[in-house]
Design a protein around this ligand. Structure first.
Ligand SMILES: [Zn+2]
Length: 284
């Protein structure tokens, strides 16, 4: 018996409210793949509950919780900076009870990449440093967006935003002009300037701007703390507040910001952790 049918039968027996049954997406096949390593996603079972429970990572960051009354699961984005070992989330019931749940994170060794770029983008001038810090503070607010998971699309499997050769460079430890910088926290897709960039999932535009490192950028909110970011665009065709369907154009590939040539940089963020976008793409 398929899980859906089983649930429907069980729900009828328990006379559960219809809203509980509609808690989407319950089909685990439409969830991102799990990979319990830095930059990956953990699935932490929260057990049964009549209503979607609230779960939090460290620093009170709310987590994406999926499933149904029979079993809820937290999908936890694991930061690239996470130290392997036991990590914890906190489950909070409506009555105020708190329970800590642990999950293991295995080590993953990402390789190192040496890049030569314009010196002005590595050794920032005081004006560029001030600009970068302003943008970083603004983006921290963007990244803290958390819409209720009830607004999530029925499947979290994403379409590739542009056709093209996809690098497997997520997590690369990068050395610019001999200086170590943050690891590469997204996927680069090679495509010519002007190629349309399309929303990989339904989402709401929460930010657009021209940023020092990322160039012309669009951020989408898909619900439940699942966000995505598109950088180095030659043009932006949406504004904050726009609602996009899967496949709608949000901008065009370009080479703005700190880049060595035209490509799309695509990041996916879950509970404020950049995770590997490849986990959201259906395996070919
Ligand atoms: Zn990139």
């Amino acid at each position: 018996m398929r899980r859906r049918e089983l649930m429907a039968g069980t729900a009828a027996l328990l006379a559960m409210p219809v809203q509980v049954l509609r808690a989407q997406p319950a089909d685990e096949g439409s969830w991102p793949r799990s990979a319990q390593v830095p930059g990956g996603i953990a699935r932490v079972s929260l057990g049964p509950a009549a209503e979607r429970p609230k779960a939090f990572a460290e620093n009170d960051i709310p987590l994406l919780v999926l499933g149904d009354a029979i079993e809820w699961t937290a999908l936890v984005g694991i930061p690239l900076s996470a130290v392997p070992g036991e990590r914890r989330i906190e489950l909070r019931s409506t009555s105020g009870a708190r329970r800590t749940l642990g999950y293991p994170v295995a080590p993953k060794k990402y390789s190192e990449q040496h890049l030569k770029v314009s010196p002005r983008t590595v050794d920032l001038s005081p004006a560029d440093q001030a600009r970068y810090e302003r943008e970083r503070d603004h983006l921290a607010g963007v990244m803290a967006t958390f819409s209720e998971a009830g607004a999530l699309p029925p499947s979290l499997q994403m379409q590739v935003p542009v056709p093209g050769r996809r690098s497997s460079s997520f997590g690369l430890r990068r050395v610019f002009n001999g200086q170590s910088r943050n690891p590469h926290s997204g996927m680069d897709i090679a495509a010519g300037t002007g190629t349309p960039v399309r929303a990989p999932l339904p989402g709401r535009v929460i930010d657009t701007g021209d940023y020092f490192f990322n160039g012309n950028t669009v951020w989408l909110d898909h619900g439940g703390g699942l966000l995505s970011m598109y950088c180095h665009l030659s043009a932006t065709e949406v504004r904050a507040g726009d609602l996009l369907r899967t496949g709608e154009t949000l901008g065009a590939v370009g080479a703005t910001g700190r880049v060595t040539g035209p490509h799309l940089h695509w990041s996916v963020m879950l509970n404020r952790a950049m995770v590997d976008p490849a986990l959201f793409i259906a395996a070919a």
